[in-house]
Unconditional design. Structure first.
Length: 129
């Protein structure tokens, strides 16, 4: 399809418009909550990255506690506190990741499942079939 109208005084070439048609179009209705879930995205990758960081740090501190003879009580206590805190933080973030890992995909699945019996609507807005 080409637009052949142009203003004679401007001297510009007419604008060529090309359109590739599709055979069918499926429309999905989305609730406000689902739209917010899709906009927000899934925080699971951040949770997983921090969980891996904290768990690996806790394991490093634990290995240090088990293999090195620390003579200072203050240093030993600091290593022990870091080991426990990093371990707890890593486990909490791992649980958060596990609970939110499918949030976006579940919202998309719920939206797609709304079309059980597709109704065909023609160009005039009338339902066919």
């Amino acid at each position: 399809m080409t637009n052949s109208q142009s203003t004679p005084t401007s001297g510009e070439k007419p604008l060529e418009i090309r359109r590739g048609r599709v055979d069918s179009l499926t429309l999905f209705e989305v609730t406000d909550g689902e739209l917010q879930t899709l906009e927000r995205g899934s925080p699971n990758s951040v949770f997983l990255n921090f969980a891996i960081f904290f768990i690996s740090s806790a394991v490093s501190f634990l290995i240090t506690l088990l293999t090195v003879a620390i003579e200072s009580n203050r240093t030993f206590t600091a290593f022990l506190v870091f080991t426990v805190l990093f371990g707890i933080a890593g486990v909490v973030l791992l649980v958060l990741w596990w609970r939110t890992r499918n949030e976006v995909s579940e919202a998309l699945k719920a939206i797609r499942q709304r079309i059980q019996d597709p109704k065909v609507v023609n160009g005039n807005g009338q339902t066919e079939g």
